[in-house]
Design a protein around this ligand. Structure first.
Ligand SMILES: Cc1ncc(COP(=O)(O)O)c(C=O)c1O
Length: 387
């Protein structure tokens, strides 16, 4: 019988698809919708990064197959970046792997580490590819609830022993999408001890590590003693440098995990287009205040959007990181119905929290991917429809 693979039955994009369809239907009627759904950066990379990309295109060697693990120049830049930001020392040959965006690493890591029957501990709510990647590898996801009362940190001690016996991998992400939570400094020490006790690998997704609004950089899992024994950290250039369409990220840390991931990748891709890596290396190494500027941009947008909503009495906690707002629903509607209401009544698209997992119910996520003035107007329209 000509059917698609059963593993796809577990991979749901229904909530996102539903919102896209409703938004397109309104737009087809001529309605202007402020789209705060998908977190796709609306800004270009800094001019000097774009220039580096153009210059790299002129190299006659630019169009050959790049190596799957990435150019040594980019991996060295990644090492230098982690050293500068987090005082982490790594070997660019064995402890860094270039990725076609974090998504590449996240979706293929389970193929490298997980056998059918293995359990993977997955944050709920969480970035949807985490759970999907477990199903793609034939593993079983075990959700770790992230609850507001725990600061959106998982309660690792609450995971049953029989689950831990079958668990092989723990997935984490701080600053967190969608909850915007930061992990306190002590959290990663707890994670490393837990991983050693139960023989788990750890993947920490640091996609928003540079988008925190406090004075100090966010804690890095990799900067903790023992982190390299148990895991890797994935850093993405998508949000930090407005480089999402260029598809560039890197995984750093445990050499055995990276070697396994490299085997999978070497059978799937031929690496990131070399000029993208060359300009990415410039972005990582050449500190021209561009990261600080991005941070300020999102902080100003956060304030423009939240100001009217909080003044109107909607008790949304002020995010200390990321490009998102994670808002508890102020009515009795579920997250799909509330998001639909904001779309049809206020012309603002957001993501229903349930799209990130069962524990996301009761929330919606707004992405701050529009100018501050547009965000403020959207917030004022929302205030009107909330009454
Ligand atoms: C938590 C998280 N990880 C990874 C990604 C994907 O990043 P990339 O563009 O590097 O694939 C995203 C994108 O929104 C994200 O929110």
């Amino acid at each position: 019988m000509r059917t698609r693979a059963k593993r796809l039955d577990h991979i749901g994009t229904a909530v996102f698809f539903e919102m896209e369809t409703q938004k397109s239907a309104l737009q087809a009627q001529g309605r202007t919708v402020t789209d705060l759904g998908i977190g796709s950066p609306d800004q270009p990379p800094a001019a000097f990064i774009r220039q580096a990309l153009q210059d790299a295109l002129e190299d006659p060697a630019a169009f050959g197959y790049p190596r799957s693990q990435g150019t040594l120049g980019f991996r060295q830049a990644a090492v230098n970046f982690l050293d500068r930001r987090y005082q982490v020392t790594l070997d660019p040959e064995t402890e860094v792997l270039t990725l076609m965006g974090a998504q590449d690493g996240l979706s293929h890591l389970t193929l490298a580490l997980i056998d059918p029957g293995d359990i993977v501990l997955v944050p709920d709510p969480g970035y949807p590819i985490y759970e999907a990647s477990v199903h793609l590898a034939g593993g079983t996801p075990y959700p770790l609830p992230l609850r507001a009362e725990n600061g959106f940190l998982p309660d690792l001690q609450a995971v049953p022993e029989d689950i831990l016996k079958r668990a092989k991998l723990l997935l984490l992400n701080y600053p967190n999408n969608p909850t915007t939570a930061l992990a306190p400094d002590s959290f990663f020490d707890e994670v490393i001890a837990f991983a050693k006790t139960y023989d788990l690998w750890v993947m920490h997704d640091a996609a928003y590590s540079e988008l925190s609004f406090g004075a100090e950089p966010c804690p890095s899992f990799l900067s903790k003693a023992g982190a390299k024994d148990v895991g890797i950290e994935i850093h993405s250039l998508s949000k930090t440098f407005h480089y999402a369409g260029a598809r560039l990220a890197f995984a750093a840390g445990n050499a055995d995990i990276l070697k396994a991931l490299a085997v999978v990748k070497s059978n799937i891709d031929y690496g990131v287009f070399t000029p993208v890596q060359v300009a990415g290396a410039v972005a990582l190494q050449d500190d021209r205040g561009h990261i600080a500027a991005t941070r300020e941009l999102y902080q100003a947008r956060r304030d423009a959007f939240l100001g009217p909503l909080q003044s109107a009495g909607w008790a949304i906690p002020t995010p200390q990181a990321t490009m998102f707002v994670w808002a508890p629903i102020p009515s009795k509607q579920d997250s799909r119905a509330f998001a639909r209401h904001l779309l049809t009544a206020a012309s603002v698209a957001c993501v229903p929290g349930v799209g990130f997992g069962a524990q996301g119910e009761g929330f919606v996520r707004f992405s701050l991917v529009q100018d501050a003035s547009v965000l403020r107007e959207a917030a004022l329209r929302i205030v009107q429809v909330l009454g």
